[in-house]
Design a protein around this ligand. Structure first.
Ligand code: DLL
Length: 435
């Protein structure tokens, strides 16, 4: 039996979705033009009027918004309605520069929570489930989003927030949690912590996990699925468009369905801004079609993805996005070579190492240095220096063949890399400090 939270819209024929988008975009552009002077200026500069937008295809005529615009307009410059109509503020998890603050009316909260509810139901959730939410609560959207979605589905919700792993495990076991929601790195850590306490994967009642907010690989998915004895589903979103639930995975696990009745997605060439055809890799751009408080049009996410309209066996008709393959801005260029952290993670997991690693890039005598620290599991750990050195050499060779550049590998003792309760800090790029 297939489960949907809102079957009619989730499985609507393509023409119906386009019809909805056509109707919503016309209203939304008018709403933004009338209410957001910052965006009205951008449209005026480009010579576009609301009347020029008659169908969703006309969206190409609109100007883009970037994170720099959000910084410039901080805090109220992109507000789409009177503050008295807003009921919530959320913010990005970033620690550098000015944070993005997003505003929500009650209508915005409802549609966001519905998107999260769709994700939970797609992962097999019903009102019989106990959903343990260990994304952070507060300004970060992870906790509030999944919490709201879980309520909508009628699940018993455990609002744990992040951290205090001892208590997470106790509640998970005592209260029979069946669905776990957190970052993939924290899920891996919980799996590791359960094993350390002598629990086997079959000892917990978990059946599914809904993991997102940071990049993770297929290899990491399999490792988490094994350690927790669950099926692991990806979920994507960003504060600027609402939070988690902009897209989510179904049982096919081949990409995330974008909730196209609320968010219109485009893929562009990050250099030229040109819209690319389906199947091409580029920067993901989102337009919220019906948000009131923070109605961003053509927002450049910097996430590099591919869209696919291939028919999905789950019956959902909404377009699928690939896992983000990196960001147009987090791609590292080391000694002239483009390197994505996800490539390094894929090699580590393929070679049988833990996903606990840290990449350190620096510059010495005008040359880039590239070091990767990887934690050994207790079984792999050895006192024999020659053993460790031989492993490091093998791993360096595997990295070189994947990346085209060989990092200096450092295999370190178990538990020496700091664990994260939220998003893992994978890259320390010290070169930026010198710029
Ligand atoms: O991370 C919202 C979220 C919470 C998504 C919980 C999923 C689960 P921000 O802090 O604004 O919002 O960060 C958004 O995180 O542009 C991506 O680069 C990255 N990201 C989010 N989900 C995924 C994912 C939340 N599933 C930024 N895979 C986005 C890879 C992801 N990267």
């Amino acid at each position: 039996m297939k489960n949907y939270y809102q079957k009619d819209i989730e499985t609507a024929p393509r023409e119906k979705i386009i019809e909805i988008q056509n109707e919503k975009i016309v209203k939304q552009v008018k709403h933004v033009y009338d209410n957001v002077p910052y965006y009205r200026n951008l449209m005026d500069q480009k010579g576009v009027k609301p009347e020029d937008i008659k169908t969703i295809d006309d969206i190409k005529k609109l100007p883009f918004l970037t994170k720099d615009d959000l910084r410039e307009a901080y805090p109220y410059g992109l507000l789409g309605t009177d503050l008295k109509n807003c009921v919530r503020i959320q913010s990005t998890s970033g620690t550098t520069g000015k944070r993005v603050v997003a505003f929500y009316t009650q209508h915005d909260i409802d549609l966001w929570e519905e998107c999260c509810a769709r994700a939970i139901v797609a992962a097999g959730g019903t009102n019989e489930d106990v959903v343990q939410v260990c994304y952070g609560y507060g300004l970060f959207t992870g906790g509030p989003g999944l919490n709201g979605g879980s309520h909508k589905v009628g699940c018993l919700t455990l609002p744990m927030s992040s951290g205090n792993t001892e208590r997470q495990i106790q509640f998970m076991m005592d209260l029979n949690a069946t669905i776990l929601c957190c970052t993939p790195s924290y899920a891996a850590y919980i799996g590791e912590s359960l094993a350390e306490r002598g629990y086997k994967p079959e000892d917990n009642k978990l059946k599914a996990g809904i993991f997102g907010a940071e990049p993770w690989t297929e290899e990491m998915r399999r490792s988490i699925e094994k350690s927790l004895g669950i099926k692991a589903y990806d979920i994507y979103g960003l504060t600027e468009t609402s939070g988690p639930g902009v897209s989510f995975e179904c049982e096919e696990q081949t990409g995330m369905h974008i909730n196209e009745d609320h968010f219109y997605a485009e893929i562009i060439d990050p250099e030229t801004g040109e819209v690319l055809p389906e199947g091409e890799k580029g920067e993901l751009v989102f337009t919220s079609l019906d948000k009131e408080g923070f109605p961003l049009l053509r927002y450049r996410t910097k996430d590099i993805c591919v869209l696919s309209r291939k028919k999905c066996s789950c019956g959902r008709t909404h377009v699928k996005m690939s896992k983000p393959m990196g960001r147009s801005d987090d791609m590292m260029i080391i000694r002239g070579v483009n390197v994505f952290p996800s490539q390094i993670e894929a090699v580590l997991l393929k070679e049988g190492y833990t996903p606990n690693y840290q990449i350190v890039v620096d510059r010495a005598r005008n040359n880039d240095t590239f070091d990767v620290y990887v934690e050994l599991s207790p079984e792999q750990f050895s006192d024999k220096v020659s053993d460790i050195q031989a492993r490091e050499r093998n791993l360096e060779a595997a990295m070189r063949s994947m990346l085209g550049i060989g990092p200096k590998m450092h295999l370190v003792a178990p538990k020496t890399i700091e664990r994260s309760e939220g998003k893992a800090v994978r890259v320390i790029d010290k070169r930026k400090l010198h710029d």
